[in-house]
Design a protein around this ligand. Structure first.
Ligand SMILES: Nc1ncnc2c1ncn2[C@@H]1O[C@H](COP(=O)(O)OP(=O)(O)OP(=O)(O)O)[C@@H](O)[C@H]1O
Ligand SMILES: [Mg+2]
Length: 155
């Protein structure tokens, strides 16, 4: 596991931006952590790292947002308001995760069985200070072990 502690929002954004530069088509990132942990901020950094021009937001009732102006399409899922895993079928989750772009899933822990076996899990936990975030990255699969090594070298 790779652990990165940030002490301000901009640092979490920067981790995302670095990660975004390393991502490849088919990558799946499963994000976990409480409300306000910093998941969306990381996704904003990832979008910047992919060179996407649009602003990443978290609209209340949008489960999937697609950003396709960057180096690769970014499929941003937020499962917070999803009640049943079957609803993922309705939005074509399986086509996006492991597809032609990068899938990033907020609240992935709600439906662990619906996630691809190989993925990078990114869990946010609180740090000592109010603006501290401990970001734990756990790779499942060789691709993601390599990705973590590359990120370790750059962070
Ligand atoms: N080190 C830090 N890293 C990330 N965010 C931080 C940090 N310190 C403070 N913050 C603040 O925490 C909040 C993170 O919000 P964000 O929307 O990214 O959370 P989230 O995990 O996506 O929440 P939700 O589950 O509601 O979608 C922001 O207001 C941000 O300014
Ligand atoms: Mg969010």
């Amino acid at each position: 596991m790779l652990t990165i502690t940030t002490h301000e929002p901009a640092a979490t954004f920067a981790v995302g931006r670095t990660l975004g530069g390393l991502l490849a088509a088919g990558d799946v990132l499963c994000l976990a952590g409480d409300l306000g942990a910093g998941k969306t901020l990381l996704v904003q950094g990832i979008a910047a790292g992919l060179g996407a021009a649009d602003d990443v937001t978290s609209p209340t009732f949008t489960i999937l947002q697609i950003y396709d102006t960057g180096r690769l399409p970014l499929y941003h899922f937020d499962l917070y308001r999803l009640d049943r895993p079957e609803e993922l079928d309705g939005i074509g989750f399986a086509d996006y995760a492991g597809g032609d772009g990068v899938a990033v899933v907020e609240w992935a822990d709600k439906f662990p069985a619906a996630m691809p076996e190989e993925h990078l899990r990114i869990e946010f936990t609180a740090g000592a200070g109010e603006a501290d975030r401990v970001i734990g990255l756990t790779p499942a699969g060789e691709r993601y072990r390599r990705l973590c090594e590359e990120l370790r070298e750059k962070c």
